[in-house]
Design a protein. Structure first.
Ligand code: SF4
Length: 237
């Protein structure tokens, strides 16, 4: 499989201490992406599931019961066939995994198998409806709807996340739209976390020579993020 990068013992993206496997390749082109270096399917290096396992097992003592591996990217589910092989190997070692995804992928047999075996799925709800999703990404919102409905129907532990960008989706009205979609598609989501847009990935656009559509936008104010998080929490009760 094509691996963009590895990160040992990150405390983000799932419960407990996690080993992050960032897969290369993503076609979604979210307007606020801070990892454009992961877009190319050729980014990073080729690694077999067995090679990855040998790196991961060194950290097994740190995972305890709720930690494990997080598959992220890029869009990890574009490599679901290979990830299923790695998941099988992890299972033999008693190591769990979480999946961090956009949800804008087709429900192939491998994708379904991977989701059903995950400790949790962290799904970024990029935008709340077909119109806004089409305006700010290159993806198909119908895929996200099918994806979230699958997670809900199969009662897969799910965390929703949304990046809040100043001037795009940083209003109470947008929170109402996100909450409505979350309630409709996945009322059993365990949590809904808002993340503030930041400019730390801007240098990657410059380095790659890719136009940054939000080059003039500043990071989201922390107090505003807290206000919006409180508001959406109230809406989701
Ligand atoms: S899904 Fe993630 S990696 Fe892909 S474009 Fe969107 S933010 Fe970037």
């Amino acid at each position: 499989m094509r691996v963009h990068s590895l990160e040992s013992l990150a405390a983000l993206d799932g419960k407990g201490l996690r080993y992050g496997v960032f897969l290369a390749g993503c076609g979604l082109r979210c307007v606020y992406c801070h990892n454009p270096d992961t877009w190319s399917a050729d980014a990073g290096t080729d690694m077999s599931p067995a090679e990855l396992l040998s790196k991961i097992v060194r950290y097994k003592p740190y995972f305890r019961t709720d930690g494990g591996v997080t598959f992220s990217g890029g869009e990890p589910l574009l490599q679901a066939d290979e990830l299923c092989k790695l998941a099988e190997l992890l299972k033999t070692e008693g190591i769990g995994y979480a999946v961090d995804t956009s949800g804008a992928v087709g429900l192939t047999d491998s994708v379904k198998r991977l989701l059903c075996g995950a400790q949790s799925v962290i799904c970024d709800l990029k935008f709340p409806d077909a119109e806004s999703f089409g305006r700010y990404t290159c993806g198909d919102f119908a895929l996200v709807e099918g994806f979230l409905a699958f997670l809900s129907e199969n009662d897969i532990p799910t965390w929703l996340r949304t990046v809040i960008v100043p001037g795009i989706n940083d209003t109470e009205e947008w929170m109402e739209r996100y909450a409505k979609t979350a309630k409709r598609l996945i009322p059993n989501a365990e949590r809904y976390e808002l993340l503030g847009f930041h400019t730390m990935g801007f240098f990657k656009y410059e380095r790659l020579g890719i136009e940054n559509p939000l080059a003039s936008v500043r990071s989201l104010d922390k107090e505003r993020l807290t206000e919006l998080q409180s508001y959406i929490n109230t809406l989701l009760k």
